[in-house]
Write a protein that binds this ligand. Structure first.
Ligand code: UDP
Ligand code: MG
Length: 346
């Protein structure tokens, strides 16, 4: 990407130094997964174009936006392909069916042509106005991963907050590398961080965890997510549980460790209990009441064993799906629209 944008009023008086200029030269790809967002997409695109114009003025930063249509059932794809490329390159990558958000993010990451990559939801919950701030931390301060976290989750129900907390406690338990709680998918990656993410070979992806796992200079920004502008969140409780199991088994062996500890505790209890019975029978000659303890013992052991076989099954399923080595997604259509070269009016 050698083509300098025509409009760059502050060229020559660049206040932010050569490191910033070098970084900005890499450009920025904004990746947006789209699933049934036809209603709000055109308006969001307009806001993005305005943001991109600001970025180009301030740092000479070239931008493109990559819409990944994740098999939407509404007119999202038609809306996306009709979006104007006003001073910003527009790519539309249409997946062959709904593969889920993580797959859509990977498709966007792999199609991004400019150096830095920004992930952003297409439902308006990730405010475009914040993009400049995120970009600033990369361009001027040199951060590699600028991620956002919900400032507080008051809008969420108590069970959801509690389960979220439990999830992160479990996933981070005993691991040297902690995944930050509450981090969202609104995240900017420097060119080298984006390249690192592309090199991770796993098919079951949990971007929140991966983006933190790669390391480099990370910066957390707290913000207040906007309310959804149109439609409804496509996450239901089942999908959330699915993603949690996905994240857990991809990132942590805590469930397996819990299985071992539980087994150990049960075995120790059984040993003590057995000793007690032995002493009672041999020393005191007591008639040991067997039936209730027998049933309880059987049920506890049976239940725990089934549960732990299920946990192991999750990991085996993960191994199976990784060894099959299937592509994460298929692209049905791909459109690239070059930016209109006429600069936007000041
Ligand atoms: N999304 C997607 N594929 C899906 C579900 C969602 O690409 O199967 C996109 C959706 O269009 C949106 C983002 O992922 O841009 C977040 O989805 P949503 O708003 O439903 O999730 P939430 O904000 O509740 O986490
Ligand atoms: Mg949303």
């Amino acid at each position: 990407t050698s083509g300098e944008p025509a409009l760059r009023p502050d060229a020559g008086t660049d206040p932010s130094g050569t490191a910033a200029t070098t970084r900005a030269a890499a450009g920025l790809s904004i990746v947006m997964p789209v699933y049934n967002e036809a209603e709000g997409l055109a308006a969001l695109h307009q806001r993005l174009v305005a943001v991109a114009t600001g970025l180009r003025r301030r740092w000479g930063l070239a931008c493109e936006v990559v819409y990944v249509d994740d098999g939407s059932r509404d007119a999202s794809l038609a809306v996306a392909t009709a979006l104007p490329a006003d001073g910003i390159d527009v790519q539309v990558v249409a997946l062959s069916r709904n593969f889920g958000k993580e797959a859509a993010l990977l498709a966007g990451l792999e199609h991004a042509r400019l150096g830095a990559v920004l992930f952003m939801d297409s439902d308006g919950q990730h405010p475009p106005a914040m993009v400049e701030r995120l970009a600033g931390h990369w361009i001027e301060d040199g951060y590699d991963v600028v991620f956002t976290a919900k400032a507080h989750r008051k809008t969420e129900s108590l069970p959801r907050r509690l389960s979220g907390h439990a999830f992160y406690s479990l996933i981070n338990w005993g691991s040297r590398h902690k995944i930050p709680e509450d981090a969202g998918d609104f995240r900017l990656l420097s060119p080298r961080a984006a390249a690192a993410l592309r090199r991770l070979p796993e098919r079951n992806r949990f971007f929140k965890g991966l983006a933190s796992w790669i390391g480099f200079r990370q910066l957390r920004i707290d913000y207040e997510p906007a309310a959804r502008e149109h439609g409804a969140s496509s996450w239901n409780i089942g999908a959330l549980i699915g993603l949690s199991i996905e994240g857990l088994t991809a990132f942590s062996v805590a469930p397996l460790r819990i299985a071992s500890l539980l087994g150990l505790a049960l075995a120790a209890t059984a040993l003590l209990f057995g000793l007690k019975i032995l002493v009672e029978a041999l020393v005191f000659g007591t008639d040991v009441p067997g039936y209730p303890s027998l049933v309880v013992g059987l049920m506890v052991i049976g239940g725990v064993q089934l549960l732990m076989i299920g946990v192991m099954g999750e990991y085996i399923a993960k191994i199976l799906s990784e060894t099959k080595g299937r592509p994460v997604y298929f692209v049905a259509e791909h459109q690239v629209k070059r930016a209109d070269t006429t600069p936007a009016p000041a």
